[in-house]
Design a binder for this molecule. Sequence first.
Ligand code: SF4
Ligand code: SF4
Length: 55
Amino acid sequence: MAHVISDECIACGVCQSECPVDAISEGDIYVIDPDLCTDCGACADVCPVGAPQAE
Ligand code: SF4
Ligand code: SF4
């Protein structure tokens, strides 16, 4: 399982440095690589708009 970033993302970038496996890529909205994500939830904890969600 992996977390997925929803359209709510405002591309603030806060989550990217929090990911222990470097699974988050920059973009118009940020994107999580499902092959790398370990579902730890760290990105969801720091996101101001709750965009990363467990699938
Ligand atoms: Fe990275 Fe954890 Fe978020 Fe997955 S859930 S993208 S491993 S911070
Ligand atoms: Fe998008 Fe939330 Fe990450 Fe900011 S912290 S880039 S709003 S997913």
